[in-house]
Ligand binder design. Structure first.
Ligand SMILES: Nc1nc2c(ncn2[C@@H]2O[C@H](COP(=O)(O)OP(=O)(O)OP(=O)(O)O)[C@@H](O)[C@H]2O)c(=O)[nH]1
Length: 497
């Protein structure tokens, strides 16, 4: 009994001072790590918002973007959080009743009002950009276009957002902002990776935009857009072909076949068995074709499908002018185009059509694409309808034409070949955001892409916490070792001094 007491007294590990020091040391280290972790923990995320309305020729769509409130100019952080398709046609179709254009937008704006937190409403910018439909209306009847804009602005100002105006985008802007969107979402800009060209097929216009080593803008300044983004310079080639969107191209193709105003057109671009009575006045009601309206034609014509891909391609080719080019090289209609370079993203109608036709895989050789299209076009209309009961008839009737148009535009128009066709990727969304000009437009107007690369913090949060933890543990181990002289000696039998 007395030996045991003696052992306790002589064993320094059991001295109250040592025990107190050890406990304080452990508490101090745990407290240090806890404070470091808590202090540097990311705060619950607060978001900012931006709203863009894409007033296209065929329809209007509203997009809401969000990004962390404290990190306005960090890349890859702006994301689409809602998209809303406006019911009805594009705003340019309301020329005869402009107020309806404004009214058509309210349902989607109500959705936006619900989505954006109330306290952010007044600071959320709201933009409306109109594309080729309004470009055409403006050419045709500028006062009607002004009235449509007035009605639209009136409707938008009734919402609690910070309305920044409604305007027509130039074709160049539409192409360039589409390119910015694709490359921003792909993180290619901040990381200075090879950029992806952008191919956008709308209803009334189509855009091609890409960076090419042999283009510095000197050949054709109208096609050049210079950007400095994250410290890198880009000389972008971009061109927008008005009237070469898929709906206007269809009108042009039909116009080719109705030059003499026949009562019936046997159209190779529609399925055999397809037959509809159409109005000449409706077909020619567009500046893209109005100058070709046949004189003395009957009021209507019978549009009858023949379903022949190669004959369809022949008719489609006739809407392009491939013969004249005053530059070293052209795409079509005397428009300069540098050598194609790098990967491409093809979106909007390129995606809708190729996805329907099961042709988004560009490793499928072009000859096979052609064979499949030939078979599809030759399929009787009744069979096509039976096979796709849920598809809107207007879209369904046009996929043979649209597929043929896309292949012709890419290969004959832009000069894609079997070698570089696989460089095209048909895309709808990238990381949850739709590919299109709207995101690039908002990033530009809100100055969210800096010209120079932003400074990044020396350590990410996880790295910081790990380092603090490791150093604390190391200190603790050193502290324990520093008490070594006081450690009890290890032996099987307690040593009694
Ligand atoms: N098959 C199919 N086609 C669609 C769909 N949505 C739009 N389209 C068609 O695809 C074409 C392009 O649509 P958008 O990209 O919205 O073009 P837009 O903005 O109206 O036209 P632009 O003003 O020329 O830019 C139009 O002919 C539309 O009718 C869809 O969900 N499926």
């Amino acid at each position: 009994m007395s030996a045991q007491r003696d052992m306790k007294e002589k064993n320094p590990w059991h001295t109250p001072v040592t025990i107190i020091f050890s406990v304080i040391g452990v508490i101090a280290i745990v407290a240090l790590v806890t404070v470091a972790v808590l202090q540097n923990r990311p705060l619950p995320q607060k978001y900012k918002y931006g709203i863009v309305l894409d007033a296209g020729s065929s329809h209007t769509a509203l997009y809401i973007y969000e990004w962390p409130a404290e990190k306005d100019n960090n890349t890859g952080r702006v994301e689409q959080t809602l998209s809303c398709k406006v019911d009805g046609p594009g705003i340019s179709s309301y020329a005869s009743a402009p107020w309806k254009a404004g009214k058509s937008l309210t349902k989607c704006l109500e959705q936006a009002r619900q989505k954006v937190p109330v306290k952010r409403h007044s600071e959320t910018p709201l933009y409306l950009g109109a594309t080729a439909g309004m470009r055409l209306l403006n050419l045709e009847d500028s006062s009607a276009s002004t009235k449509v804009f007035q009605a639209v602005e009136e409707a938008l100002q009734k919402f609690p957002f910070s309305f920044q105006g409604a305007r027509i985008l130039s074709g160049q802007e539409e192409g360039a902002f589409g390119w910015v969107t694709v490359n921003y979402l792909d993180d290619r800009l901040e990381q200075n990776l090879q950029t992806r060209g952008a191919l956008d097929l709308g209803g009334a216009s189509t855009q091609i935009s890409f960076v090419s080593d042999n283009f510095d803008g000197s050949d054709s300044p109208d096609n050049a857009v210079a950007f400095r983004l994250y410290g890198n310079d880009y000389n972008l080639y971009t061109h927008s072909f008005l009237c070469y969107g898929k709906d206007q191209a269809l009108r042009k193709t039909l116009a080719q076949q109705t030059k003499s105003g026949p009562g019936t057109i046997l159209d190779p671009c529609f399925h055999p068995g397809y037959t509809e009575t159409k109005n000449y006045s409706v077909l020619y009601d567009s500046p893209c074709v109005s100058d070709r309206k046949p004189q003395g034609a009957p009021a209507t014509f019978n549009h009858t499908g023949k379903g022949n891909f190669s004959r369809c391609q022949e008719v489609v080719k006739r809407i392009f002018n491939f013969t004249e080019c005053k530059y070293s090289q052209c795409s079509f209609n005397e428009v300069f185009q540098p050598r194609l370079q790098g990967p491409f993203g093809a979106f909007s109608a390129y995606y809708f059509v190729m996805n329907f036709l099961n042709l988004t895989d560009t490793s499928i050789p072009l000859e096979v694409v052609t064979e499949r299209l030939s078979r599809y076009c030759a399929t009787p209309w009744n069979q096509v309808k039976e096979q796709h009961p849920g598809v809107k008839l207007k879209y369904l009737a046009e996929y043979c034409f649209s597929g043929t148009y896309i292949v012709t535009l890419l290969t004959k128009g832009y000069n894609f070949t079997s070698e570089n066709y696989p460089n095209i990727k048909f895309i709808k969304k990238i990381k949850g955001s739709d590919a299109g000009w709207t995101l690039g437009y908002m990033l530009n107007l809100t100055n969210m892409i800096p010209a120079e690369a932003p400074d990044s913090p020396p350590l990410p949060y996880a790295g910081y916490v790990s380092i603090v933890t490791v150093i604390a543990l190391l200190l603790f181990v050193l502290f324990i070792f520093s008490l070594r002289p006081l450690w009890p000696r290890c032996s099987k039998h307690p040593q009694i001094i």
